[in-house]
Design a protein around this ligand. Structure first.
Ligand code: ASP
Length: 456
C-alpha cells in the first residue's frame, strides 16, 4: 500500500489535477493521497497559501479583505471549471473561507493558521469530489476527525505521538482517502499548521501511521540531482540515496524535500520515492534506509552521491594558548552561545583554537559585539575574530567512509579552481565533508567538485 503526496505545482491547475488523478488511478496500491494547496501556475504566480496569508493579514488590519478573498476564489473557480464540475462547489469553498474569516480574531496566530489551512483543505475536498464525479470511490478526510493531533505552536507545529494510532485506523476505510496536507489540530481542537512546505510532513506521518510500503512524493522534477541545477546545467540525476545522505544534502541547500519531513518515515524504515507528476514514467529518486542497497546499485563505484552548497554563514574564531589543557573551555564557549540564543552548525578545532560556524542572520551588529566581548572577558582568550560571508559546500556519500584520498581529490579540485579554502571539516559519520569558502567563490568551487566527481 502506498501513500502518495502531491505538491503545490501538481495541483496548481485543472490540467495538473487531472494528471494527479490519472497517476492515482493507475496503481491500485495508491490508497492514500495527500495534497498541497494549489501552487504557482507559472514563475511569477502566487501560491494559494500566500494569497491566504495576505487575505488574513489584510482582514486583521482593516476588518475586510474582499479583493484578496476574490483572488483565492478565482483560483478555485478556474480549477472547478477546468475539471467540468458544478459552480456549486465554488460557492461551498467561498462559504468555507467566509466562515474562517468570521472567527474570533483576538489570537492573530490562530486566525492566521486557520486561514492558511484552507488552501489544502479545500483542494482535498475538490479532488475527492472530482474523483467521485468520475465514479471513483474517494473520500475527503478531515485531519481533525482522523485525529492528526499537533502541538499548539502556530506555523511550527509538531506531531503528537497519539496521532499515529489514530491515523492507523484509516487503513480500514474503503476507497481512496484524500487527505489535506500542512495542518492538523491541537488536542483542544484548534487548527494549527506545520512550517511552510509542511504537506511533506503530513504525508510522511500518514505513511508511517498506516505502515505504507512506500511514501511517494510527487513534485515537478524528474529526480533529485547531484548538484544544484542553477549552478550546474543538467546535473546528473540521483537514483538511490540513503536517508542520512539526503539529510546531509538537504541541510545545505538541497530543497527537494522538507528535511524535517523525513523523520516519521525514517523511524518507520519506509522508503521514499520522489517522482514527477509531469513525467511519472521517469524512475525518480529512491531514498532508502539500507546503505548496502546503495552500494550494490552503484555499479560505477561512485563514492560521492551529491554536492550541496549554502551561503550566509559566519565563523567565530577563538584562540588561546594551551586551550587543549583547559577543562571546560568548549562548554563555556558554547554556553555563551546558548545564553545568547544562538544555534551553531559546526565546530572545527585545532589544539589551541576553535571556530564556531553559525548562520550569520542570527547575529546583528549589537549581538555580535556582545558575544565577542563576553567570549573575550569570560574566557580570557588571546585572539578572537569573526568572519562573515562564508559559504559551506558539502560533499556527501556513504561510500566515502571506506575510500582513501577523498579529501585530497576534493581539495585538489578546489585548489585548481583558484579558490581559497577557509576551513575543512569531516563529519563524524564520515559520510560528508564540509568546505568553507568565501561566498563569492562558492559557485566556482561547486563546479570544480562536480567536474572532479561526476565528469571524470
Ligand atoms: N501550502 C503550504 C505551503 O505553501 C504547504 C505545502 O505546500 O507543503 O507552504
Amino acid at each position: 500500500m502506498k501513500v502518495a503526496k502531491f505538491g503545490g505545482s501538481s495541483v496548481a491547475t485543472a490540467e495538473q489535477i487531472k494528471k494527479v488523478c490519472d497517476i492515482v488511478l493507475s496503481d491500485p496500491q495508491r490508497k492514500f493521497v495527500v495534497v498541497s494547496a494549489p501552487g504557482k501556475r507559472y514563475k511569477e504566480d502566487i501560491k494559494v497559501t500566500d494569497l491566504l496569508i495576505d487575505c488574513a493579514q489584510k482582514y486583521l488590519a482593516y476588518g475586510s479583505a474582499e479583493k484578496e478573498l476574490g483572488l483565492i476564489i478565482e483560483r478555485y473557480s478556474e480549477i472547478t471549471k477546468g475539471l467540468g464540475l458544478s459552480e456549486e462547489i465554488v460557492n461551498t469553498i467561498e462559504a468555507d473561507l467566509r466562515q474562517r474569516l468570521a472567527m474570533d480574531t483576538s489570537d492573530h496566530d490562530s486566525f492566521l493558521d486557520t486561514l492558511k489551512a484552507a488552501g489544502e483543505d479545500n483542494c482535498a475536498k475538490l479532488i475527492a469530489h472530482y474523483l467521485n464525479s468520475k465514479g471513483v470511490e474517494a473520500h475527503y478526510v478531515d485531519p481533525k476527525e482522523a485525529g492528526l493531533l499537533l502541538s499548539c505552536e502556530y506555523g511550527n507545529a509538531q506531531v503528537l505521538p497519539e496521532s499515529y494510532k489514530n491515523l492507523e485506523k484509516l487503513r480500514e476505510r474503503s476507497g481512496i482517502i484524500i487527505f489535506p496536507g500542512f495542518f492538523g489540530c491541537t488536542p483542544e481542537g484548534t487548527i494549527v499548521t506545520f512550517p511552510r512546505g509542511g504537506s511533506d510532513i503530513t504525508g510522511s506521518i500518514l505513511a508511517a501511521a498506516v505502515k505504507a510500503d512506500v511514501y511517494e512524493n510527487f513534485t515537478d522534477v524528474d529526480s533529485v540531482f547531484v548538484a544544484n541545477p542553477n549552478i550546474i546545467p543538467n546535473p546528473k540525476p540521483i537514483s538511490l540515496l540513503t536517508y542520512k545522505e539526503m539529510r546531509e544534502l538537504s541541510y545545505a541547500g538541497f530543497s527537494v524535500l522538507q528535511s524535517e519531513a523525513l523523520a516519521p518515515v525514517y523511524h518507520a524504515g519506509i522508503p521514499v520515492h520522489i517522482m514527477n507528476t509531469n513525467n511519472p514514467e521517469a524512475p525518480g529518486t529512491m531514498i532508502v534506509p539500507d546503505k548496502e542497497n546503495v552500494h550494490l546499485s552503484r555499479k560505477n563505484g561512485k563514492t560521492v552521491s551529491g554536492i550541496a552548497c549554502d551561503n550566509g554563514f559566519c565563523s567565530i574564531y577563538v584562540s588561546k594558548y594551551l586551550m587543549n589543557r583547559e577543562i571546560g573551555f568548549g562548554r563555556k564557549l558554547l554556553h555563551i552561545l546558548e545564553d545568547e540564543g544562538l544555534s551553531y552548525e559546526h565546530i572545527p578545532s585545532g589544539i589551541d583554537n576553535v571556530s564556531v560556524i553559525l548562520k550569520e542572520n542570527q547575529l546583528d551588529a549589537q549581538k555580535e559585539a556582545r558575544v565577542i566581548s563576553r567570549i573575550k572577558n569570560e574566557l580570557c582568550v588571546d585572539d578572537i575574530a569573526i568572519e562573515r560571508n562564508l559559504a559551506l559546500i558539502i560533499i556527501v556519500g556513504e561510500g566515502m567512509r571506506n575510500t582513501i584520498g577523498m579529501a585530497a581529490k576534493a581539495t585538489g579540485a578546489i585548489a585548481r579552481a583558484g579558490v581559497n579554502l577557509e576551513m575543512i571539516n569531516q563529519g563524524s559519520s564520515e559520510i560528508s565533508m564540509m568546505f568553507g569558502v568565501k561566498d563569492v567563490d562558492a559557485e566556482k568551487a561547486v563546479k570544480a567538485l562536480y567536474k572532479e566527481f561526476f565528469e571524470e
